[in-house]
Design a protein around this ligand. Structure first.
Ligand code: AMP
Ligand code: MG
Length: 485
């Protein structure tokens, strides 16, 4: 059954926690809000009937001029490690948790409005978000979801006439984000480092009861909760690496306790493969370079472990759980990459085959996505790889690959079909997002919708939209995406 916005079934669990966890407040209205984009697939998660009334109401809600009935808007407080240093006071500086909604399947979804105006945690910020960053989050949420990578979702983007000042004057805009929870590693850090032991315990209990309920009655539930976060984080990062995705700002306040990709900023997908790809132009030391992500995931889990010490006390037990991360990550990554190569079962030499290939792709600056897609077409009588600039250096690897896939005991056609299901034709290249943004800034939102068509089924051919699979033009390779948003 489809429902209207007024019929959303709010349960607002987070707002039932004591007030040390948040500040209740309403969004600050934007001038003349306009709907830029809305996702039918995300609306389905809330059972919404996306008719004109719904769109008009959502525009007003996202523009901050009306509040949803039964919502309970609040800004959450948290802290976190940013670029390796602890920042004691963060929190929702420009976003509000509007409330939690239960859908007809009994699933609970947080509704979070990003760019909703200042809050007590805004520090020097204006509480706003600009159109380009909202569009980037909107596109990326849906792109990652359709690649099978755990992520928050995006319902819609609204822009306005309200000026916002970054490097230039831009338009104040909002993004309505859906997520199973907005609890971050940084929530635990905040209550640990402010020595609010009761609140830390209440947060752990709340988190386990609502999101890890299978652990509720276990004696060692805190350790098991931590283990689950470590597992989810390792899996998420293995998926990022195998899909060539760089997050760009892996601060602990941007790490979801559910292991979902969270808070999209200056992210990037690999075009020409470069192990040391730094997608965030503000990341001068390369802390969050592509090659660093697995280690940073481990380091971030270590920060969560530290924040749990007052609850668990048994530091050795925490360390032991933390130390499963490297192996878990490697196993997941190997398994995902084997699938990308179309290998059936795993063999001991596969790790080297993968490592050698990545070294080649790096040396030859081959397009990561197009290469794997093309590899699915490989057969001994058809081996033209224009994507590799020095075919002779590739030939030896291909010989090993050929030997390996012959042990698959299936036809090239069968391997082709399997590989096409895990190697996307379409990814959200920065230049594609940029084209959509530039049009949208002139009031034309059609490119967002077109791009969404391929991002929503990235493994399909879409022959009429093949240009979205093309490598970036020169300007697209030189885009500098910074933290400014
Ligand atoms: P981010 O880098 O987007 O994860 O943001 C880090 C922190 O800065 C969070 O606490 C945000 O709420 C806050 N923040 C980012 N941009 C703004 C802004 N324009 N106004 C207020 N707070 C902001
Ligand atoms: Mg953030």
């Amino acid at each position: 059954m489809r429902i209207s916005l007024d019929q959303l079934n709010f349960n607002n669990r987070f707002g039932q926690l004591p007030e040390v966890f948040y500040t209740r407040l309403q969004a600050t209205p934007l001038d003349n809000p306009k709907l830029v984009a809305i996702s039918q697939k995300a609306a389905d998660l809330l059972d919404l009937e996306l008719n004109n009334t719904c769109k008009e109401q959502l525009t007003q809600v996202c523009g901050g001029s009306t509040a949803l009935e039964d919502s309970d808007p609040l800004a959450m407080v948290y802290s976190g490690h940013q670029f390796g240093s602890y920042n004691p006071q963060l929190g929702d500086g420009r976003g509000l948790l509007l409330g939690e909604v239960t859908n007809s399947k009994g699933e609970s979804w947080d509704l979070h409005l990003k760019g909703a105006g200042t809050t007590p945690y805004s520090r020097f910020g204006d509480g706003r978000a600009v159109l380009r960053s909202c569009i980037r989050e909107y596109l990326a949420s849906e792109a990652l979801f359709n690649l099978g990578i755990p992520t928050t979702r995006a319902l819609c983007v609204v822009t306005s006439d309200t000026p916002v000042y970054r490097e230039t004057e831009e338009r104040g805009s909002t993004l309505l984000r859906l997520a199973k929870t907005h609890i971050r590693f940084g929530h635990f850090e905040y209550f640990c480092y402010t020595k609010q032991q009761d609140a830390l315990k209440a947060l752990a209990e709340f988190t386990i009861q609502n999101y890890f309920s299978e652990l509720s009655d276990k004696d060692d539930k805190y350790i098991l909760f931590f283990k689950s976060v470590v597992e989810r984080t390792a899996r998420m990062i293995a998926l990022w690496q195998s899909n060539g995705f760089a997050h760009g700002v892996m601060n602990t306040d941007n790490m979801s306790i559910l292991g979902e990709t969270f808070d999209y900023g200056p992210y990037g997908f690999q075009d020409d493969f470069n192990w040391h790809y730094i997608c965030n132009h503000s990341d001068h030391s390369g802390r969050y370079a592509f090659s660093q992500q697995p280690d940073i995931g481990y380091w971030n889990c270590g920060r969560l472990a530290q924040a749990l010490v007052p609850l668990i006390d048994d530091v050795e037990a925490l360390q032991k759980v933390l130390d499963i991360y490297p192996q878990l990550y490697s196993d997941q990554y190997l398994s995902l990459m084997s699938k990308k190569l179309g290998l059936l079962q795993q063999e001991p030499e596969d790790a080297d085959l993968i490592k050698d290939l990545l070294q080649l792709l790096h040396e030859q600056s081959a397009d990561y996505t197009l290469f794997f897609r093309a590899l699915s077409d490989y057969s001994p009588d058809h081996e033209s790889f224009e994507l590799i600039s020095k075919p002779e250096s590739f030939r030896n690897w291909l010989k090993d690959y050929d030997n390996r896939i012959r042990r698959n005991l299936e036809s090239d056609q069968q391997r082709h079909s399997r590989m096409q299901q895990v190697n996307p034709k379409y990814i959200l290249r920065n230049y594609l997002a940029q084209n959509a943004i530039e049009k949208a800034e002139k009031g034309d939102y059609s490119e967002i919708e077109q791009l969404m068509t391929v991002l929503q089924s990235p493994y399909d051919e879409h022959p009429e939209l093949g240009h979205y699979a093309q490598k970036p033009p020169k300007w697209g390779k030189e885009l500098e995406i910074s933290c400014s948003s």
